[in-house]
Design a binder for this molecule. Structure first.
Ligand SMILES: NC(=O)c1ccc[n+]([C@@H]2O[C@H](COP(=O)([O-])OP(=O)(O)OC[C@H]3O[C@@H](n4cnc5c(N)ncnc54)[C@H](O)[C@@H]3O)[C@@H](O)[C@H]2O)c1
Ligand SMILES: CC(C)CCC[C@@H](C)[C@H]1CC[C@H]2[C@@H]3[C@H](O)C=C4C[C@@H](O)CC[C@]4(C)[C@H]3CC[C@]12C
Length: 369
């Protein structure tokens, strides 16, 4: 990937480039990667904002395609120097069938790997997830752990299962010979819960709070820490990894990195209030208003309703046994591996991340829809 200082010559492909994270990766690459000649944005559904990017100095090529279709992936990868694979189905609510989650997240990732091998593309950055590690089904806390902290990773839900399988495939592919005889260099980034401009669930909580007269009701104890990371910093980590993979292939190849920044350690709800509070919402209760057993019962009821209504309508509320367990189990990271391996420092301070997210929620700024 030797690049000459004057003429930009690199071709990047971002799968899932129209998603929440993907859009930030695409914009970050255009801002921060001077060696870029062409940026291919591959997604099942192309977004209208791509059009405005096509007028800049970098050639932006929009490719409507499906990662489950090997030939479409291979065509998109052909001639690319780097692939950033963010495409995936993110579903912990039962909106998408386990079969589809597997097909997109696991088979789709395998297709991306095979396309790199066939086409001679050497550098693959994969968006994994904290859920590859946990929280596990036993609800054991992972308190400010790092990439080497021992933890019993046991999954039952299709989404974390698929992310764990996909990550394994990517890491095992590191070192494979690609067309032309050189080797594939891969690594995986594991964001915790991402927030920022374009975060749909945050917006859903905002709207729900407005419907409830400006109030939200505490459901999980304030003492349970839930890891969060700003989308701009996650995108920045992807850009940096992609840039450094060639020079530091021996160190970074086959590695995993948690995505982290200076976002504070808080419970899921208290963290959301950092943004929803300034937008006029209030979190009622210093302790959960309902006893835990009642919440568990409600989640079981939601599961039953989802099953009963399935033939008629898709009932997929935010609260189910899995999401309650996620919100109710401490899972936070504290690491400097990305800084040690490739010099990562967050691009956005906590204050800036917070301000940008609030402005977006208030509809005053931000590109993400
Ligand atoms: N949102 C989070 O908190 C979070 C946390 C950790 C990891 N992740 C991972 O980050 C990645 C991006 O997540 P996101 O939150 O931006 O989700 P998203 O749903 O906003 O984006 C995913 C994108 O992938 C595209 N896509 C889905 N199926 C596809 C297919 N078959 N072919 C091509 N494109 C397809 C979608 O159209 C969408 O644009 C995912 O891999 C996810 O597992 C997300
Ligand atoms: C107040 C609660 C009980 C309400 C339910 C909150 C629930 C919708 C939230 C809690 C934790 C959230 C997940 C977490 O931030 C991390 C990830 C990892 C990522 O790979 C995909 C998104 C996901 C699962 C978040 C989804 C929303 C969750 C479950």
């Amino acid at each position: 990937m030797a690049a000459c200082a004057e003429a930009p010559e690199l071709v990047y492909l971002v799968t899932g480039g129209c998603g929440f994270l993907g859009e930030h990766v695409v914009r970050m690459l255009l801002e921060q990667e001077p060696r870029l000649r062409e940026l291919r944005v591959f997604d099942l559904r192309l977004s209208p904002w791509l059009e405005e990017l096509k007028t800049g100095p970098v050639q932006v090529t929009a490719i409507q395609g499906d990662v489950t279709q090997a030939h479409e992936v291979a065509a998109a990868v052909s001639g690319a120097h780097v692939v950033i694979h963010t495409a995936g189905v993110v579903d912990v609510f039962g909106r998408v069938s386990p079969e589809t989650i597997y097909k997109v997240n696991v088979q789709g990732t395998q297709n991306v790997i095979e396309a790199c091998v066939q086409m001679g593309t050497r550098f693959l950055v994969h968006t994994s997830s904290m859920e590859v590690v946990g929280p596990n089904i036993k609800g054991q806390p992972f308190h400010r752990g790092d990439e080497d902290t021992p933890y019993e990773a046991v999954h039952k839900h299709p989404y974390p299962q698929s992310k764990a399988q996909a990550e394994r495939l990517v890491l095992e592919a590191n070192g494979r010979e690609v067309r032309g005889g050189l080797t594939l260099v891969t690594c995986a980034l594991r964001p915790t819960g991402i927030y920022g401009e374009g975060h749909q669930i945050m917006r859903d909580f905002y709207r729900q709070g407005l419907r409830l007269g400006g109030r939200l009701f505490r459901a999980v104890p304030a003492s349970v820490e839930h890891g969060r990371v700003y989308v701009g910093n996650v995108a920045w980590m992807h850009v940096l990894v992609a840039r450094e993979l060639e020079q530091r292939a021996a160190l970074m190849g086959g590695q995993v990195y948690f995505c982290y920044d200076q976002s504070p350690y808080k419970s899921y709800e208290d963290f959301n209030m950092e943004f929803l509070g300034p937008c006029g919402l209030r979190l009622v209760g210093t302790r959960p208003l309902l006893p835990h057993w009642l919440l568990v019962l409600l989640t079981a009821l939601n599961t039953l309703l989802q099953w009963l209504l399935r033939p008629l309508v898709l009932y997929a509320p935010l609260l189910n046994p899995y999401t309650l367990a996620m919100a109710n189990t401490t899972f936070t990271v504290s690491t400097n591996k990305a800084q040690r391996h490739f010099g990562y420092k967050p691009l956005f301070s906590w204050e800036v991340s917070r301000a940008r997210t609030i402005l977006w929620l208030q509809g005053k700024e931000g590109s993400a829809q």
